[in-house]
Design a protein around this ligand. Structure first.
Ligand code: COA
Ligand code: NAP
Length: 267
């Protein structure tokens, strides 16, 4: 595929950027010449990610639930690579659980990572975002608009992420900051699919059958959209939630069924 972006000299930071979809985004920006920073909770994940991101990449341990830690991570990244041209907020947690079996803390932990964490990242980053010109990208999910069984926590949290993006686009537009969200469809080989979809060849076939384009997405599919939104080509795009899902959002009732099938049988 011949899609080329040039982010030479630009600083791109990805929260939750050490595995899966978000690491794919960081890797593609690095391949396009960006100075990349990544942050997540586990030192081992940060180290493994850095090994794939090139010598100039910067990595730091931070839990997005801890606003001070997020601020410190941003300060270190900016000291290393300069003001932020692109900021991606993609840290998330998920597990399947029926609402009646979800403790208050189980609901809260996901809201704290996905929604409150996104707010921490955005709020702490504001002073470091290039103004005008920065692009802030949240990673949301189809759960933000499609109710899915056993995911009350994620549905509530990601709905909040969509609206957070829209509100920040209103509030920060005058500073020349664009704010958008990407909603990935089923992305192959990711932790999200391992946790939420039925596994094995039959499970894969079921998921593929829900996607009009007939395949699961790749981390590269999402990374290319993230690069577009971070680039000057998207200079008039703000306040949007963009699906990158092979057309699946029009076909989501089977996805609801798939989540139900992935859930272990209840007594
Ligand atoms: N079913 C029901 N409750 C669960 C659960 C499950 N499968 N997994 C965790 N919980 C509950 C715990 O019991 C706990 O509640 P309690 O205090 O009432 O017992 C609460 O959730 C917090 O769990 P804990 O393990 O302490 O959280 P953590 O901060 O260590 O980890 C998670 C956060 C639970 C979201 C963990 O799954 C994670 O780190 N996920 C990141 C990776 C991921 O989910 N990737 C996919 C992205 S789509
Ligand atoms: P993943 O590999 O588990 O990615 C989650 C990342 O967030 C990891 O790097 C993890 O690293 C980090 N993280 C988790 N909790 C954190 C915290 N409290 N503070 C800081 N970092 C934290 O999952 P994925 O499947 O690629 O999903 C990535 C994003 O895409 C998520 O926002 C998800 O909702 C969204 N999404 C995924 C799919 C899919 O098909 N997979 C579909 C739609 C949307 P540490 O463990 O080191 O913290």
């Amino acid at each position: 595929m011949n899609v080329q972006f040039d982010f030479s000299g630009r600083h791109v930071m990805v929260f939750g950027g050490t595995t899966g979809i978000n690491l794919g985004i960081a890797q593609h920006y690095a391949m396009a010449g960006a100075r990349v920073s990544v942050a997540s909770r586990k030192q081992a994940n940060v180290d493994a990610a850095l090994a794939t991101l090139g010598a100039q990449a910067f990595g730091v341990v931070a839990d997005v639930r801890d606003e001070q830690a997020v601020g410190a991570a941003l300060a270190q990244a900016v000291a290393c690579h300069g003001p932020l041209d692109v900021l991606v907020s993609g840290a998330a947690g998920n597990f399947l659980a029926p609402a009646e079996q979800m403790s208050s803390n189980a609901f809260k932990v996901v809201v704290d990572i996905d929604l409150l964490g996104s707010f921490h990242v955005a709020r702490q980053a504001l002073a470091h975002l290039r103004q005008p010109g920065a692009s802030l990208i949240f990673i949301t999910a189809p759960q933000s608009t499609v109710p899915m069984m056993y995911q009350a926590h994620v549905c509530a949290a990601k709905a909040g992420v969509d609206h957070l993006a829209r509100v920040l686009a209103l509030e920060w537009g005058a500073r020349g900051i664009r704010v958008n969200a990407i909603s990935p469809g089923p992305i192959e080989g990711t932790e999200g699919m391992r946790r939420l979809a039925p596994q094995g060849a039959e499970g894969d076939a079921l998921v593929r059958s829900m996607v009009p384009l007939g395949r699961m997405g790749t981390t590269a599919d999402i990374a290319r959209l993230a690069m577009f939104l971070g680039s000057d080509a998207a200079s008039y795009i703000s306040g949007t939630v963009i699906a990158c899902d092979g057309g699946a959002q029009g076909q989501l009732s089977p996805m609801v069924a798939a989540a139900a099938m992935a859930m272990p049988k209840q007594d």
